[in-house]
Design a protein around this ligand. Structure first.
Ligand code: SF4
Length: 276
């Protein structure tokens, strides 16, 4: 008898390993988490940048002002869904930061990438992990792009947030923060390869757009994303660790997780593992 596959969206993979107990609450028990205006700002910046990139891939004409218009519309749509108490970002500041980021991205970053697809649909990918556990990797390549680079194909992904751009410890220069994105990118790479039959050979490009008032933008790369998911000959990948959790039905808590707060965890009030 076969068991139903356990679905994991690429965008949620990393959070499974931040606090699995929280992940279980959101993705299995369907508890809802709140989100603040900065998250809404990120969503709206993605919408503006995506409108620009999709038009370019389709060889249609779009101005930077039009992409900023898409950003403004989406920011206003987001107001219905956000809880403004979560962060201290005003709508006016969100507008100023977003317009700056979308303009800079369209004028200076997008032209450096040769995109061949934006937010591509992918087929669900069932992976038999043994012990009766099948994991289903799902989703569109949410906010990701496919870009061609030096004769190969790779993923390019825009990341927004307060810490999307950090200071390089060696040079002191701004750099895109790649930490914690490998699981999502690796899942995108597997989904792309499964859907198209084409191999990903280029490193993934991470485009960091800081939603701080500094509105810095920087690009960096990840070259081992798929291996983070699949592992090596001698070490298991995150997929295997995830399969162990599904097989046991045990999703361990992590009170040191960055997401362990009333703002981000829907299990906050009932979680017996956090200190009171
Ligand atoms: S309160 Fe903290 S430890 Fe408990 S589920 Fe939420 S994030 Fe995990």
């Amino acid at each position: 008898m076969s068991n139903a596959p356990f679905p994991i969206r690429a965008s949620s993979f990393a959070s499974l390993f931040s606090c699995a107990h929280r992940w279980e609450a959101i993705h299995i028990d369907k508890m809802r988490s709140r989100s603040g205006r900065r998250a809404g700002l990120g969503t709206a910046v993605h919408a503006g940048a995506a409108a620009y990139d999709i038009a370019r891939v389709n060889q249609e004409s779009i101005s930077v002002d039009e992409a900023c218009g898409v950003f403004m519309d989406e920011l206003s749509n987001q107001e219905e869904r956000i809880d403004p108490r979560i962060d201290d970002l005003s709508i006016k500041d969100a507008q100023v930061i977003g317009i700056k980021l979308v303009s800079e991205y369209c004028n200076h970053i997008a032209p450096k990438f040769n995109y061949v697809a934006v937010e591509m649909e992918t087929k669900p990918f069932d992976i038999n992990c043994g012990n009766g556990v099948t994991i289903r990797l799902t989703g569109t390549l949410d906010r990701a792009r496919i870009h061609s680079y030096q004769g190969g194909i790779g993923i390019a992904d825009i990341k927004t947030g307060k810490k999307a751009v950090i200071k390089d410890q060696k040079t002191g220069q701004p750099k895109a923060n790649i930490a914690g994105h490998g699981a999502q990118i690796g899942t995108y790479e597997l989904l792309y390869e499964y859907t198209t039959g084409e191999k990903i050979t280029a490193p993934a490009g991470i485009i960091g757009l800081s939603t701080e008032t500094s509105h810095l933008i920087a690009v960096d790369s990840i070259s081992n994303a798929k291996q983070i998911i699949t592992g090596t000959d001698i070490q298991p990948g995150l997929l295997e660790f995830a399969a162990d959790m599904f097989a046991s039905g045990k999703f361990p808590p992590n009170t040191k997780s960055m997401l362990c707060s009333e703002k981000y965890c829907p299990r906050w009030n009932s979680c017996v593992y956090r200190e009171r």
